[in-house]
Design a binder for this molecule. Structure first.
Ligand SMILES: [Zn+2]
Length: 350
């Protein structure tokens, strides 16, 4: 039987509808706090987010502990109700082990809002220290079975099942523990014909390293999603070679203005804004790769929620599609493929 696994049970692929394939509703990202040298930014660390500090926090989102935590069920329900009002149906919640995955809360959010939520199995990056003690004694086979068990039987001691594998955290260079997770997740993905979503390290070389591992283990490319493409791959030729393999790519930082923080990185990086992203996506569509594109916001900070002055989970449906995609002459079919048919094909388990 072909199905999609949500936190409230199986649904048919046709019930998926308009889908955001990469969001966080409940997350604790505080282990990834970044310490800045400048006093003004350093002083943000223990403040509660408010109107006065919001602008600075939006630029230095990893410098404020309050901003790095989403833990409130009612706030999440209110936020995704905006998405629902704009005809949204499903959210793929990509929080993995290491950054506060909580499927019981996700199930409640889904029940209260009526939005389908799909949760994943897997581990975030090694610096988030996600591994339980048993991990270090386990070989790849045991780890593969662990992922399969979370998809077939349930997560921890619940009967809430994962609906895909990811987001699997990769750093650059790939840490040996991350390598073990990546290879095991490739096996589990092949075994169940399940989506495998991969978070690459912050370097274009990280993509090459991941693809090498995918090739060596004969991954099922049709079910692979490479996330955060706009902050990772800057050469259009590289993008084309990923697409030529049949791998799906995800522009999942819509609504998030990264123009300040990434310009402070060494080397400084310009992350394209929404308009530039849409233009790149149009170029990809014109080359015939429309069925390999996904879009989302990757909300994981308070400053991006409506409650805290942010753009919310409905930004793509309210602003990107009717405005930016319209200006760039996207056809109705292309939009339908990107927000409905592509997630449907990739997240269907069969
Ligand atoms: Zn990620």
């Amino acid at each position: 039987m072909r199905y999609i696994q949500t936190v409230n049970g199986k649904i048919t692929p046709d019930e998926l509808g308009i889908t955001l394939p990469h969001e966080h509703l409940i997350i604790d990202y505080t282990k990834m706090l970044v310490d800045y040298d400048e006093d003004e930014i350093k002083d943000l660390k223990y403040e509660k987010i408010n109107c006065k500090n919001r602008n600075l926090i939006s630029k230095y989102f990893n410098a404020n502990l309050d901003n790095m935590k989403l833990d409130n069920i009612n706030i999440a329900v209110n936020e995704i109700n905006f998405f629902k009002k704009h005809k949204g149906n499903t959210i793929v919640e990509v929080t993995t082990i290491g950054i506060g995955r909580n499927v019981i809360k996700l199930q409640k959010i889904s029940q209260k809002s009526g939005i389908n939520i799909i949760s994943g199995t897997g581990f975030y990056t090694q610096p988030s220290n996600p591994y339980p003690p048993w991990f270090f004694k386990s070989d790849k086979k045991k780890l593969t079975n662990y992922f399969i068990n979370e998809i077939i039987n349930g997560i921890d001691d619940t009967n809430i099942c994962a609906g895909f594998i990811g987001e699997i955290g990769c750093s650059y260079p790939l840490h040996p523990d991350e390598y073990k997770v990546l290879v095991s997740s490739i096996y589990a993905s092949k075994e169940l014909n399940t989506c495998l979503m991969i978070h690459p390290g912050r370097s274009e070389k990280s993509i090459n390293q991941i693809i090498k591992v995918l090739k060596e283990h004969n991954a099922n490319y049709e079910k692979i999603i490479l996330c955060h493409i706009e902050r990772t791959v800057f050469s259009f030729n590289n993008l084309k070679s990923i697409l030529n393999l049949g791998i799906n790519i995800e522009f999942d930082l819509f609504g998030w203005d990264l123009s300040y923080v990434h310009l402070r990185r060494e080397p400084p990086v310009h992350v394209p804004d929404d308009y530039e992203k849409v233009k790149t996506i149009k170029k990809i569509i014109d080359l015939g790769f429309e069925e390999q594109i996904l879009i989302s916001h990757d909300i994981h900070n308070k400053h991006r929620l409506v409650k805290y002055g942010g753009h919310g989970y409905h930004h793509i449906l309210r602003d990107v599609i009717p405005v930016l995609m319209k200006i760039n002459n996207f056809s109705k079919d292309s939009i339908k493929n990107i927000i409905i048919n592509n997630p449907k094909r990739i997240f269907t388990i069969n």
